[in-house]
Ligand binder design. Structure first.
Ligand SMILES: Cc1cc2nc3c(=O)[nH]c(=O)nc-3n(C[C@H](O)[C@H](O)[C@H](O)COP(=O)(O)OP(=O)(O)OC[C@H]3O[C@@H](n4cnc5c(N)ncnc54)[C@H](O)[C@@H]3O)c2cc1C
Length: 475
């Protein structure tokens, strides 16, 4: 006899992945209960109002035109997509030098070069493709012996085994000093960690699977990303339980017990839609829990501080600047123009990821913002101090997500941890931005991963029902 609180599926975590999973489970005709630790839904999507009008997305904010799950939800909710402003010159700050980003290696070229490090040059097509990439990146190698020598060294060293850390992999690209510093800063920002600590192979796999050729910062959702969470939540038939942190998940034979808020619930299946650093705080009691613990321990939580500065005019545009800046002298710091096309005042958004975010997080808010303004003034001039409003979100050692943007596989971790967690089968399965195979680390990936796991379970549940009764029915 199953207890009254028994459902087909319990979903742990009410971020984008958990909400998408729960909605898909219900749509498949199964009963579902979502348990969320915090007193709100959304996880790393959190939108707050600004005094000067409009909102600040403290977590996720931007999407691109290939992120169909988010765009579909936005369309259903009637949300307006505001293009991210991009006209003007982007800057790279390298010590005393201020360079134009278009004169340096781009983020997508860098990602391609890293991915290419492990490509076997076995076919003429591969060789041609790889050489074209190098020629696009190296300026006129035929005109400079230094450049030609760099090219030759690269070709020779390419045959050696890939290094374990991302920092070593970056060094093996033999970039010019400024470009290397830019690359280091870029990866510290997007991974929220020092490249020395991140597993190169795991990062290459993420880039190889990334399902878009477009810039990831194309649009933002007017009214904030929370509109996507609201739309996902409105699809649920059964109300999520908030302030219910799950402490233990025990798989026993034909069911799973979930211990949360001094209650035990049971389900046929559990979807754990919490990021790996937060999942480490849950006790898993099942056959292969040692293997699972090693996989979860493979991830290093990111560290990120996101700050918005609101101005009465977009002074950087008057100087021909796009508002985009990457700081090689402050590893992990990047800025974009986050203004919307609505009636609200223009704004710059600063992202500081990695070890410096950890260092700044322990300072007072005032000291942190002083440091930020002094860096931003190098790029944009003293006008940057004339902001009307400033607000920040610190995603460092966050109890329910680990941090931001995401958690990445650490040096010494299992380089296949992302796939292994995504493929974890049985009655307990994993979903989330960190385990998605198409849009790793994005809201799109979280939704896609949640829906995929729900589909696997509903397929499996249908098989269970056929086995039990001999005829198909919905549970
Ligand atoms: C500053 C910042 C900026 C970002 N910018 C973008 C962007 O512009 N575009 C983009 O696509 N992505 C962005 N991201 C990444 C994106 O926010 C995440 O990848 C995505 O939201 C993760 O969704 P998730 O459901 O996998 O995890 P989460 O959103 O972390 O959800 C997990 C949920 O599980 C809950 N939980 C944890 N432990 C337990 C437990 N024991 N019991 C019950 N519940 C638990 C948490 O409270 C949380 O609600 C950004 C992230 C940050 C931090």
């Amino acid at each position: 006899m199953k207890p009254e609180s028994h459902v087909n599926v319990i979903v742990v975590g009410g971020g984008a992945a958990g909400l998408a999973a729960a909605a898909a489970v219900e749509q498949a005709g199964l009963s579902c209960q979502l348990l969320e630790a915090q007193a709100r839904l959304g996880g790393r999507i959190r939108t707050v109002p600004l005094r000067s009008g409009g909102v600040f997305d403290e977590g996720a904010q931007m999407v691109n035109g290939d992120m169909h799950a988010v765009l579909g939800l936005a369309a259903r909710a009637g949300l307006h997509l505001s293009p991210v402003p991009r006209t003007g010159i982007g800057l790279c700050l390298a010590g005393k030098q201020t360079l134009r980003s278009e004169d340096l290696i781009s983020a997508s070229e860098l990602h391609d070069l890293l991915e290419d490090q492990v490509v076997r040059w076995d076919s003429p097509g591969e060789v041609l493709r790889a050489l074209r990439l190098k020629l696009e990146w190296w300026n006129t190698p035929w005109e400079s012996p230094g450049e030609a020598g760099r090219g030759l060294r690269f070709l020779v060293e390419k045959r050696t085994a890939p290094k374990e850390s991302l920092a070593a992999a970056l060094r093996a690209l033999l970039l010019e000093a400024e470009e290397h510093a830019m690359a280091y800063s870029h990866f510290s920002e997007i991974l929220g960690a020092a490249p020395e600590d991140i597993h190169a192979q795991a990062v290459r796999d993420i880039f190889a699977r990334y399902a878009s050729e477009r810039d990831d910062l194309e649009f933002q959702i007017a009214g904030g990303m929370i509109g996507i969470v609201d739309q996902l939540a409105s699809d649920l038939r059964h109300r999520p339980r908030l302030s219910t942190p799950v402490e233990c998940i025990r798989a026993t034979g034909d069911r799973v017990e979930v211990f949360a808020a001094a209650e035990v619930r049971t389900a046929d299946h559990v979807i754990v839609a919490v990021p790996p650093p937060a999942a480490r705080r849950i006790t898993f009691e099942m056959d292969n829990s040692h293997e699972l613990a090693a996989l979860l321990a493979s991830f290093a939580a990111g560290a990120m501080i996101k700050t918005v500065l609101v101005f009465d005019r977009a002074f950087w545009r008057l100087k021909g600047l796009s508002g985009v800046a990457l700081f090689a002298d402050t590893p992990g710091l990047a800025v974009v123009d986050g203004s919307s096309d609505g009636p609200f005042p223009p704004r710059l958004i600063a992202f500081l990821g990695g070890p410096l975010a950890r260092q700044w997080a322990v300072l007072s808010q005032e000291a942190r913002q002083d440091l930020l303004l002094s860096r931003l003034s190098h790029a944009f001039g003293e006008d940057v101090r004339s902001y009307g409003e400033i607000a920040e979100a610190v995603w460092v050692d966050h109890p329910w997500s680990g941090g931001g943007y995401n958690a990445t596989v650490r040096v010494g971790g299992n380089p296949d941890a992302v796939c292994r967690l995504a493929d974890w089968s049985g009655r307990v399965r994993f979903a989330g931005a960190e385990v998605d195979d198409r849009f790793w680390g994005y809201v799109e990936g979280a939704i896609h991963s949640g829906r995929s796991v729900a589909q696997q379970i509903s397929g499996r549940a249908a098989v269970d029902v056929i086995c039990e009764t001999g005829s198909p029915r919905t549970a």
